[in-house]
Write a protein that binds this ligand. Sequence first.
Ligand code: ATP
Length: 472
Amino acid sequence: MAENVMVASNAMEKIVALCKRRGFIYPGSEIYGGIGGFWDYGPLGVELKNSIKREWWKSMVYQRDDVVGTDAAIIMNPEVWKASGHVEAFTDPLIECKKCHIRFREDSIEKVRQKILEKISKGSRIQNISLSKKETVLAITTTGKCPNCGGNEWTKPKTFNLLMEVFLGVTEPKQKAYLRGEITQGAFVNFKNVVSSSRVKIPFGIAQIGKAFRNEITPGNFTYRSREFEQMELEFFIKPSDKEGNKWFDYWKDQRMQWYLSLGMKKENLRFRKHEDNERAHYAKSAEDIEYNAPFGSPRGEAGWSEFEGIHHRGEWDLSRHKLAYKDEEVGEEFTPWVIETSGGVDRSALFFLIDSYYEDDKRVVLKLHPKLAPIKVAVFPLLANKLPLVKLAKDIYHNLKEQNIGMVAFDDRGNIGKRYYSQDEIGTPFCVTVDFQSLEDKTVTVRDRDSMKQERAKIKDLGLLITQKLL
Ligand code: ATP
């Protein structure tokens, strides 16, 4: 069977439909008409996200001896955001239609405009230029007309702050605070506490996973650009020297890329992209993104390649802004450490793991997720639903596997066995166990592999160990 390579234009539609139908991701507050930029994870989506976070924590904290974890509060003293530079600099340039007030990011419009002009200069007719839906909208915008109302008057580019404001207390005047725009600052404000309460010594890192919020102007591309999302970040503190900085920057770039590859992401769909000088965040000495070749355009107007993790050399920016230093007790030296950061998005990773693992041929749709990420690890079926001894034995096996701590186990006795396999393939379940008449006689079952579709016979008493080994 030939692999059917998805056409970029409908790839996203298929993924979005699968996510909704099978319970990975739903639009937020859907019964009230939804709310732009917010998404809810269903029973399978939450398992996928939890698996990603668990694997990240394992590799960044448990398997190392130079990283500890923290979990800072989402709302912090607003002074934190002034010191970090976010109140001042966490902005996007926007233009607004004067008639209907719809807003677009000015930087992305400019990039798309340039791309179109370049193609036209090479002889393409505008109708023949293949662009994603968002880019087409932006292209219309660059012709002067608002795609929303047809108006043709625009404001000059203005900058808008992406931090979400909240108001604390019940009596006036209420205290203004912010929902954190990145989880990063939690590691810096706790730097002193971590150094004095644990036995870390430079070089060391603080790892965190948690929610962040941004008033994104144009949320879109499914969960890719949301207003509420989760980040997984490491802030790694080092001695302040270019040699150390370059060494650790390269080290963490490599580690992070290897992590995605080790969980099965296809190498050809991943690349590093170095930030241009005018693009780097206000704090970054140098920065590179890990990008995925997505079936939608990036904000820079370049089809496909889209950031989902940033490796940043933040220098001494953060600790010096928070007026924090480190004392090396052994040599009696005090200095402001430099920071190398790895900042990944849980939601963008989940989306790209889903896209990357999607496979279809003329018979079935399969999510070839790494078994460690698969929401359901194993499904158990009785061959026939109306043969009580088969159902009883299958139920016993199902309950037994559930107790073995391998994660989610499913039981299914609906429809014919082929349909049950395909239903599990579509959600990425790596193994299916079938109880048949032979099982009643010799206490063996078939174990079917999702990718090869091969079946092997295994002893029921060995099942737990067998599945555990396959999940390693
Ligand atoms: P972009 O340029 O796409 O807006 P960014 O450079 O602002 O992203 P960072 O501030 O470096 O992103 O955040 C680190 C990671 O957090 C990103 O690589 C991404 O995975 C995730 N992230 C950032 N903004 C969003 C968002 N609006 N929705 C989902 N994930 C996000």
